[in-house]
Design a protein around this ligand. Structure first.
Ligand SMILES: *Cc1c(COP(=O)(O)O)cnc(C)c1O
Length: 425
């Protein structure tokens, strides 16, 4: 599929049925797989042969969908996980251990910030957070001898900052470590971070990839480009024998293209078990089949809503990288030429009370803790996800009490704008 365009890969990537086989990917709803002899199965346990034996490690339905996502991102291998949180944790923990250090953009999803700042810190993995706008010097100063990865989001949820992927990739590579990019918001339809130097790409497939609010899931894609052996001392998990698999060395046996995903599957899935259900992988694939059709519409609606809000007297400020007035406009033009996503945030005059009143009047836009759905939804962090914080704390975090996040769905933009207009009255 690698020569086909994005649109064709979205529809047909990852699965090519043979004669008389199902046209749609089969849901292999089976925990286990049968073998004629113990030695046949033994080869799978030794990673001497590839195949299926237990769905916690691998399942054909998941593999079809992972292969499609690998093609979409231009990667060499991919795996599905039960959620976006699991994807980011696995991507990091596959190369970090107690005593490791991570450099991460401070402008990331709250769940990922917590994962790094609290949960992984408890595991002995320390993170230095840097501004997504850090200079080369500031970035370089964040690295330590034990730094093992750099992490950021292409378009951050919910701040809508755009990362300078090339700059972060250069800093990572100058220090001999990979750049991991969470590409959830633009999806590969609007940005392919590997083309800009990212080594590993992660997704919360719960968002646009599914796009219909039906299945929580995640994915990890390896570019196959990072040379683990060239930095062997930093990544012993990939470059020295794994005693739990008769001493195989992942980077030797599976090469640059296969080592990362094989290790994450055979060690982390085996031990931590965060597999996506085959049924959810099937739903995810249905979403992927129309991703290239849906993303331009999300962008069109996001742009129209952002432009409408920008000229409204009751709106203090709008964040949307597609607006010329947005500080990330130039970077968006570089990395997101087709537009970024359908998520817009804005500050309403009158703070918390005005935000609550506005949201109460909306008819099409529903109040939800979700984004990137076919149906438009919105959220006021001050009265929901961040309600434990005072106005002063909210301002310090760059989340004013009157901030509202709107995730523009696939409805008609005229109806969306009319709904927002009547609610602003
Ligand atoms: C939602 C989200 C996550 C977490 O994904 P889940 O599927 O909810 O676990 C991670 N990163 C980004 C950018 C997200 O938007």
């Amino acid at each position: 599929m690698s020569n086909y365009s994005m649109d064709t890969k979205c529809v047909q990537g990852g699965y090519t049925p043979g004669n008389g086989e199902p046209r749609q990917i089969p849901i292999v709803q089976s925990t286990t797989f049968k073998y004629a002899t113990s030695s046949d199965m033994g080869k799978l346990f030794d990673l001497e042969a590839s195949g299926y034996f237990y769905t916690r490690l691998q399942n054909p339905t998941n593999d079809y969908v992972a292969a499609k996502i690998a093609e979409l991102e231009g990667g060499s291998a991919a795996m599905l996980t039960s959620s976006g949180q699991a994807a980011n944790f696995f991507a990091l923990f596959n190369i970090c251990e107690a005593g490791s250090h991570v450099v991460a953009s401070s402008s990331i999803y709250g769940g990922t910030f917590n994962l790094l700042a609290v949960t992984m810190a408890k595991m002995g993995i320390e993170t230095t957070f840097v501004s997504p706008d850090a200079t080369e010097e500031e970035l370089a100063a964040a690295f330590k001898d034990n730094t093992r990865a750099v992490f950021g989001e292409t378009i951050a949820n919910p701040a809508l900052t755009v990362l300078d992927i090339e700059k972060f990739a250069k800093a990572a590579h100058d220090h001999g470590v990979p750049l991991i990019i969470d590409n959830t918001f633009p999806t590969p339809v609007n940005c392919r971070p590997i083309e800009w130097g990212a080594d590993i790409v992660t997704h919360s497939t719960t968002k646009y990839m599914d796009g219909h609010g039906v299945a929580v899931g995640g994915a990890i894609v390896d570019s196959g480009k990072f040379d683990w052996m060239a930095h062997a001392d930093k990544f012993p998990g990939l470059t020295t024998p794994d005693e739990s698999y008769h001493g195989i060395v992942y980077a030797e046996k599976f090469g640059k293209e296969g080592a990362f995903i094989t290790k994450a599957t055979s060690q982390l899935m085996r031990d931590l078990g965060s597999i996506q259900s085959p049924q959810n992988a099937f739903y995810l694939n249905l979403g992927l089949e129309s991703l290239h059709v849906r993303m331009p519409k999300h962008v069109e609606n996001g742009q129209a809503v952002a432009e409408f809000l920008e000229q409204h007297e009751k709106v203090v400020k709008v964040n949307y990288p597609g607006l010329k007035s947005d500080p990330y406009y130039d970077r968006a033009m570089k990395y997101l030429g087709n537009g970024g996503c359908g998520v817009v945030s804005f500050e309403i005059a009158g703070g918390r009370e005005a935000a609550e009143a506005f949201m109460g009047k909306l008819k099409i836009c529903a109040i939800e803790t979700h984004v990137a759905d076919a149906r438009t939804c919105c959220l006021n962090p001050a009265t929901s996800t961040h309600r434990q914080m005072t106005d002063e704390q909210l301002n310090a975090a760059g989340i004013p009490a009157g901030l509202i996040r709107i995730s523009c769905g696939l409805e008609d933009k005229k109806d969306l704008i009319a709904d927002i207009e009547q609610a602003l009255l």
